[in-house]
Each structure stands twice: as structure tokens, then as C-alpha cells.
Design a protein around this ligand. Structure first.
Ligand code: NAD
Length: 355
């Protein structure tokens, strides 16, 4: 067997167990932190209050203003609270929006993060940060934003509504699918990616049917952890390019867009990355690379309430413009995609067709 690869792991400690939120205080002690600012979105205030009570005088208070796409004004407001409360770290409890805000403070002010993810987005495992200023999202990679410790407690996912659970799980699978054909893919990231797809494929439908099934939530969260880790180690391709364009320029919801677009990009890439797409298909019960798109489509049908870009409110008249934006610039992908190719993919996604 001829092999040639470079593997670079990201630093960080992961704790995974039902009920592991209870170990947060011990973890702060272990890391030498004594005043944690708890960050969350407005709807997750109750959970933040629970943590605040648990930490007692080791809490520097709560900032509950985290928002999607990390607006710069929110970063300024959160920094102000962190400075006034003499916080020496943040505890980011929530999804990608909350982790994103904590990362902005880590990047700009050096405040270390302990992350407690409550969606399957996977941001907590990546050095990727993003901030939105004057309606423009700037992103970058910096290991300084990696959380010191990530605490995965599947019990915290029980409250995630089905409308977010399904798309969030598919969003995680999208990281793993593109990791399998990334130029930097290596035996470890590929093992992680395939296992991520299998674990989410098994856990996600059950998490929708029985939201408080801790086994199903654990399987999905375990897959999301692996998928996030691959996103943190290799570059993403056409799928992420299309989704960032649709999310950023047309203001469509992040996870739903990923769930809807993924089967069509998988179908498009299948002939150019047969080995990777065969692994995707087999992880989801298919037999060959050509099944990958349909397997992802079937999983989406079973788990996601929204099945088309039209149902997310995208205007049909925006499709061509979106295709031109998404096909511009360079990005790694196993198959070159022209603006016409991308337009075809977006049209399929617009109508939610079977690949
Ligand atoms: P989100 O963080 O915006 O959360 C979606 C909603 O779910 C919010 O209203 C939140 O309050 C609620 N919620 C979260 N967990 C819950 C729970 N357990 N129970 C009930 N409600 C809950 O959405 P997301 O999809 O997790 O993150 C999306 C953002 O993350 C996007 O801005 C995306 O760009 C970013 N992201 C970044 C990376 C990265 O590596 N930097 C990776 C993935 C996503």
C-alpha cells in the first residue's frame, strides 16, 4: 500500500458523558480558572442560570446576547461585561453562534474558552472564527480560538427541537462528507469522517422520534464531535462554498441550507471522488458511490422539516446570481464546477428534488 500524507491534530481536551455538565467546576479548577463568564443565546438563559448557580462565586455572570454570525457590536458588548466582571475565561454553552462569540473574545482578548455544545454544529472543535462587521462576515483560522476543554453532555441535547435537530445533524455530516475528499484528507481524518456519518446516520432519526433517547442523542453528538474535528483539520469544498454564499449573501438559515444542499453536491462529486463517496454511501447503508446523494436525501427526508431552498424563502430570481457568486474564486473540490453546474445544483436544491 502506497501512502503519503500529513496529519496535524488540534490541541484540546474532550470530556464526553451523559451528565458531564456536573464536571464543569472541576474542569475550571483543573485549568486554573477562577471567574468564568457564561455566554449563551437569549433562549438558553435558563440553562446559563443553572450553570451560574452551580459555579457559585466562580461565575463572573452571564452574557445572554450571542447571535447568529457573531455581529461585531455583540463582541464589543460581551467584552465590556467580561472586563467589568474580571472574567478569566468564558464558558460557551450553546450552538455555533455562542461558541462563535466566545471565539471572538479568545481571538481579540485572549480569553480562554471552555465549551459546552448543545447543537451538532461542531464549531468547538475547529480553529475557525468569524465575525460580522458592516454586514460583511470575516473569517479566519487561529489555534488561539480552540477551547481548552469541550464538555459534551448528551443530556443537554434533549431540549433541542426536531426543527433544529435534523438540520444540525446534517450540517455535521456535511463536514464529514467534504473531509473525505479534501486535499488534506489523511487516514485518521477519513476514519473519523466515516465514523461520524455512520454514528449520525444511526442516531439522528431516533433523536427525532424520541427526543429524550440518550443513546440516540449520544450517538449523534459523538458523530458531531468527530465531524467537527475533521472540519478543524482539513479544508472544505464546493458544498461549503455554496452554503456560505446562500447563508451570507441571501441570509438563509445555516444548518437548514446545509441539510438541503448536501445530497446534490454529493451526487455531483460522486464520479470524481468515488472512494470518498462510497464511504459516505456505505456509512448510510448504501452500496456504492452513486448511492451517496440518495442516502443523504433519504436521511434528510426522515429528519428535516424543510426540504427545499424555496421553503426557506429563497427567491427563484436569485438562483443565477447565487451560482455565479458560489463558483467564483478558488476552493478545493474533486470536480471543477462551472457557474452552470452550480446553478443546476441550486435549482435541484431550490425544488428539493430526489437526486
Ligand atoms: P445556533 O447556535 O444559532 O443555535 C440555533 C438555535 O438553537 C438558537 O436559538 C439556540 O438558542 C438554540 N439552541 C441551541 N441548543 C439548544 C438546545 N440544546 N435546546 C434548545 N435550543 C437550543 O445554531 P448552530 O447551527 O449551532 O450554529 C450556527 C452558527 O455556527 C453559524 O453562524 C455558523 O457559521 C457557525 N458555525 C461555525 C463553525 C466553525 O467552525 N467556526 C462550525 C459550524 C457552525
Amino acid at each position: 500500500m502506497q501512502l503519503s500524507f500529513t496529519y496535524e491534530a488540534n490541541p484540546g481536551r474532550t470530556i464526553f458523558a451523559p451528565g458531564s455538565l456536573a464536571s464543569l467546576g472541576d474542569e475550571l479548577t483543573r485549568l486554573g480558572f477562577s471567574r468564568a463568564l457564561i455566554i449563551c443565546t437569549p433562549p438558553q438563559r435558563d440553562l446559563a442560570e443553572r450553570i451560574n448557580a452551580m459555579l457559585g462565586d466562580r461565575s463572573a455572570g452571564i452574557f445572554d446576547g450571542a447571535l447568529m454570525h457573531v455581529p461585531f457590536e455583540t463582541v464589543v458588548a460581551c467584552r465590556d461585561v467580561a472586563l467589568k466582571s474580571l472574567a478569566d475565561c468564558t464558558v460557551a454553552i450553546g450552538g455555533g453562534s455562542t461558541t462563535g462569540l466566545a471565539k471572538a473574545l479568545a481571538l481579540e482578548d485572549g480569553l480562554p474558552i471552555v465549551a459546552v455544545p448543545t447543537t451538532y454544529a461542531g464549531s468547538e472543535m475547529t480553529p475557525i472564527w468569524g465575525m460580522t462587521k458592516d454586514r460583511r462576515k470575516v473569517t479566519g483560522r487561529d489555534k488561539a480560538v480552540l477551547p481548552k476543554t469541550v464538555i459534551y453532555d448528551p443530556e443537554l441535547l434533549v431540549s433541542l427541537p426536531a426543527s433544529i435537530t435534523g438540520p444540525s445533524g446534517l450540517n455535521a455530516i456535511a463536514h464529514a462528507v467534504e473531509a473525505l475528499y479534501a486535499p488534506e484528507a489523511n487516514p485518521i481524518t477519513s476514519l473519523m469522517a466515516e465514523e461520524a456519518i455512520r454514528a449520525i446516520g444511526q442516531g439522528l432519526p431516533k433523536s427525532i422520534e424520541t427526543p429524550n433517547d440518550i443513546g440516540a442523542r449520544s450517538s449523534t453528538l459523538y458523530g458531531a464531535w468527530l465531524a467537527g474535528a475533521t472540519l478543524g483539520m482539513v479544508g472544505m469544498g464546493l458544498h461549503h462554498k455554496i452554503c456560505h454564499t446562500l447563508g451570507g449573501t441571501f441570509d438563509l438559515p445555516h444548518a437548514d441550507v446545509h441539510a438541503i444542499v448536501l445530497p446534490y453536491v454529493a451526487e455531483f462529486n460522486a464520479s470524481a471522488a468515488p472512494g470518498a463517496m462510497a464511504r459516505v454511501a456505505m456509512a448510510l447503508g448504501g452500496l456504492a458511490a452513486s448511492d451517496a446523494g440518495r442516502c443523504l436525501y433519504d436521511l434528510r427526508r426522515k429528519t428535516c422539516p424543510k426540504q427545499s431552498l424555496a421553503s426557506l424563502g429563497m427567491a427563484q430570481s436569485d438562483i443565477r446570481h447565487a451560482a455565479e457568486l458560489a463558483s467564483a474564486g478558488s476552493y478545493p473540490n474533486p470536480r471543477i464546477a462551472s457557474a452552470d453546474d452550480v446553478e443546476r445544483i441550486i435549482i435541484e436544491a431550490f425544488h428539493g428534488l430526489q437526486p
